[in-house]
Design a protein around this ligand. Structure first.
Ligand code: GLU
Length: 428
């Protein structure tokens, strides 16, 4: 199936990825609010390093295909860089650069000893065999091996990559370096030094964020009606947790459309019936479009799929009180302005979805220590980090009188700027 025919990709206003421009515009605003000199913005607006690679891969039919890949390292003042690798047909250099910048901010907000990075390969994993994916994953590591490593730049899963891909990448890296280095990559399977709780970390982080928001708004999470766009790693676990708590998940969206039931969906049934790419809507004759799904009335809307889905074309049509950005960059800057005017609270991605990188950090600590934690400890520490970070951003938003997106940028920038200044890279 061609990507262009996908419902999610056909939504109005997401034809063109604008992530880098959006990242830079909000960055500039936050740097100005902090009264930092313009050089801070000039330094942080782009990655410090960007690598573009060509990866030849022998396909199952005997032909060789050349894939384009990227790795952006945004800022390594506070420590090695950290960030996932996505396999997706729509990957662009600018998107990877923006995502790396957002990773830096996430690490700043959550106070992890990292800067941000991100990688991407232009490919469509839905059309590739497992053998082809393995050769592509190994080829990527060979191409970027000079630049990455446990104390340099630590990759992890992102869109359409998973623990198996991390395992192949680790194995390739170990062969190149000729020693065992589990701390080179996170999101690994448990048998290869992965952390308990890593797979569910992003969704748990979103859940803890939701709990904080409900406390603040004096709402009971179990009495809320929630719509989640995206039923992949993040959306599916989140739907399950909310269902277990007793909240009504009334809508789920995937790449092909959405399913909706105002009385609450049968989440265990959907989980059993989705495919490995999180597609479930094609099993239902009554499925609706992603556009309609976002506009349905609910208490909490959680975009957990791709960037740009809430934009100037649909922001004024939404019928929710709270948006939690579980995906990276789902709300555009123009949409945010409309939502602010309507007093819809938007909890930003760089805060809400930081559970993944937080537990990646825990995984890296465990690899470096050679001592592995229980799931309870991982969970407890994740909750602590998420709560602290949420409160920090919330107070900053009140202190400066700005929305939580700008407040999150303000929080993220401060550590990056200070580390860069202390190293003598920036003078101010
Ligand atoms: N790809 C995830 C993110 O965007 C996780 C990154 C990591 O674990 O390093 O936050």
């Amino acid at each position: 199936m061609a990507v262009e025919s996908l419902d999610l990709k056909n939504m109005k206003g997401i034809e063109q990825d604008n992530s880098l421009v959006e990242f830079q515009e909000i960055l500039k605003e936050a740097v100005n609010i902090l009264n930092y000199p313009p050089q801070v913005f000039e330094f942080l607006k782009k990655p410090m390093r960007f690598l573009e690679v060509s990866i030849p891969v022998r396909m199952d039919n005997g032909q060789t295909e050349i894939f384009q890949g990227y790795r952006a390292q945004h800022n390594d003042a506070s420590g090695p860089t950290k960030g996932g690798i996505r396999f997706h047909p729509d990957v662009t250099p600018d998107e990877v650069k923006a995502l790396a910048g957002w990773m830096s901010l996430k690490c700043g907000i959550t106070d992890l000893p990292y800067g941000g990075a991100k990688g991407g390969i232009i490919c469509d994993p839905r059309k590739m065999s497992l053998d082809e994916l393995e050769r592509l994953s190994r080829g990527y590591v060979r191409a970027v091996s000079q630049l990455v490593g446990p104390t340099k730049d630590i990759p992890a899963p992102d869109m359409y990559t998973n623990s198996q891909i991390m395992a192949w990448m680790l194995d390739e890296y170990d062969h190149i370096r000729e020693f065992d280095s589990p701390g080179f990559i996170t999101g690994k399977p448990l048998a290869l030094g992965g952390s308990k709780g890593r797979e569910t970390a992003t969704s748990k982080g979103v859940l803890y964020t939701l709990q904080m928001v409900c406390e603040l708004k004096k709402m009971k999470l179990k009495d809320t009606r929630v719509i989640i766009q995206g039923f992949g790693n993040v959306g599916s676990y989140l739907a399950q947790y909310l269902y277990e708590i007793g909240a009504k998940v009334i809508g789920i969206g995937d790449m092909l459309g959405g399913v909706y039931d105002e009385n609450g969906l049968d989440i265990p049934f959907l989980l059993e019936n989705r495919d490995s790419f999180g597609i479930v809507s094609n099993r239902f004759t009554s499925s609706i479009t992603n556009q309609d799904l976002l506009e349905k009335e609910c208490d909490i809307l959680i975009p957990a799929a791709i960037s740009g889905v809430i934009n100037k074309y649909n922001a004024s049509q939404l019928n929710c009180g709270i948006i939690i950005e579980a995906a990276n960059g789902p709300t555009t800057k123009e949409a945010l302005k409309i939502l602010d005017d309507q007093q819809i609270l938007v909890v930003p991605d760089i805060l809400a979805n930081s559970g993944g990188v937080i537990v990646s950090y825990f995984e890296w600590c465990q690899n470096n220590q050679g001592y592995y934690w229980t799931e309870e400890i991982v969970d407890e520490r994740l909750k602590e980090k998420m709560t602290e970070s949420f409160l920090k951003v919330y107070h900053t938003s009140n202190r400066f009188g700005v929305n939580m997106k700008i407040a999150a940028y303000i929080e993220g920038i401060q550590k990056l700027a200070e580390a860069s200044r202390l190293r003598g890279w920036l003078k101010y």
